[in-house]
Design a protein around this ligand. Structure first.
Ligand SMILES: Cc1ncc(COP(=O)(O)O)c(C=O)c1O
Length: 376
């Protein structure tokens, strides 16, 4: 968000900035969803709802999760939140006590670290293997589990790397955690955006509902980032704890957005398929272009809409000491915004969001190419 704000400042000064920083779809919210919001307004659905979300939306979430993944949640195991961030924040507040350890694979989505720290927990970072696409495995996690481990977080497909944990490996991670009574939080924010495998949820595994915590969001799937609707599918006592917290902090998520979310989940799903097809085209283009830059390598993103190239070739050159400085220079010299890898826990990468038009992808990658050649 800081990168986007800096880019916006330059743009306001009339500069031609290409922005690969934003982690959100560049598509508009589909019309059927917008129309549902208008209907909600016309029907004066503009008052408080239950703090944990409407019964209608909870049911729609459970039904769509069952339809997509074969899970069997009931509304008492569902909470509606103010976006995916909110469900993750409330989960940490409800479950993580001071000193508890939370295992987080690297590179990680920035928010995990901060919400764990805010709850007084201790982040235990697990390195992954760039040559294997950054996908975390049970074998990587196991040595980091201790008597204090409260939770393991898996985000597949991953922000920032696009790494995907395949079903068999995910099951191993689940077995490892469940055998020790450790919660497994699966962040399914990008679950529909997979390029070479079928969507699945680890929560569909029989018996897994006791320790698996599903963090979901409509933000990316339905291009609804501004509407702020997320959800949790978790054991009922945890829903109760999170609802208490929510009831005294944010109260209910926006009533109009909840109606729109029901339509998103129950209405036609063609827009999701269309977005995925477009992201795939862009991904193929971006990877090809990144790999053609001398010295730059890039693990294949198998999901989400990010590439995480290794630009180490330009670190330590021309006064660029790290990727934060590289991103600053890239913005200053080439008017290209990317997110430095240090934000995600690695030292030689930048995150590129390809939720941008083909024209901008072409222009931005030309700029990155030129920059790396000049600075390596
Ligand atoms: C991995 C991951 N999880 C969750 C979220 C939360 O999204 P939101 O709060 O917009 O629903 C994001 C957003 O960038 C994300 O990248």
């Amino acid at each position: 968000m800081k990168v986007s704000a800096d880019a916006e400042k330059l743009r306001a000064q009339g500069e031609d900035v290409v922005d690969f920083g934003a982690g959100e779809p560049d598509f508009p919210t589909p019309d059927n969803i917008k129309r549902a919001a208008v209907r909600a307004l016309d029907q004066n659905f503009t008052k408080y709802t239950a703090a944990g979300g409407t019964a209608e939306l909870k049911l729609a979430v459970c039904e769509s999760h069952a339809k997509d993944f074969g899970t069997s949640y009931s509304p008492s195991e569902c909470i509606i939140t103010v976006g995916g961030k909110h469900v993750i924040f409330n989960l940490m507040q409800a479950l993580v006590n001071p000193g508890d350890e939370v295992v987080i694979p690297v590179p990680y989505w920035v928010t995990y670290k901060d919400v764990v720290n805010y709850a007084g927990g201790k982040c235990i970072f697990v390195e992954t293997d760039e040559r294997k696409g950054f996908a975390v495995t049970a074998a990587m996690i196991e040595p980091h589990l201790t008597a204090r481990t409260r939770m393991v977080i898996v985000n597949s497909p991953s922000n920032p790397s696009g790494a995907v944990v395949d079903r068999a490996e995910f099951e191993k991670i689940y077995q490892l955690a469940a055998a020790r009574g450790i919660y497994l939080m699966t962040d399914e924010c990008y679950c529909k955006f997979l390029y070479d495998s079928e969507p699945f949820s680890i929560a569909s595994l029989p018996g897994s509902k006791e320790t698996v915590l599903v963090a979901g969001s409509l933000s990316k799937t339905y291009a609804m980032t501004g509407w702020r609707i997320g959800f949790g599918l978790v054991p009922a006592p945890i829903v109760t704890a999170m609802t208490k917290l929510q009831s005294h902090s944010t109260s209910n998520p926006n009533s109009i957005a909840q109606k729109a979310a029901v339509e998103a989940l129950r209405g036609p799903q063609e827009s999701v398929t269309a977005m995925l097809a477009e992201y795939r085209k862009r991904r193929d283009f971006v990877i090809r272009r990144l790999r053609s830059i001398p010295g730059v390598t890039c693990a294949e993103p198998r999901g989400a809409f990010y590439a995480y190239p290794n630009v180490g070739v330009a670190i330590g050159k021309n006064g660029i000491a790290n990727t934060t400085q590289l991103a600053e220079r890239l913005l200053a010299d080439q008017r290209l915004a990317v997110v430095p890898g240090e934000a995600f826990g690695t030292n030689h990468h930048v995150r590129i969001s390809y939720a941008a038009s083909m024209k901008d992808l072409e222009r931005g990658l030309d700029r990155l190419h030129e920059f790396v050649v000049k600075n390596s």
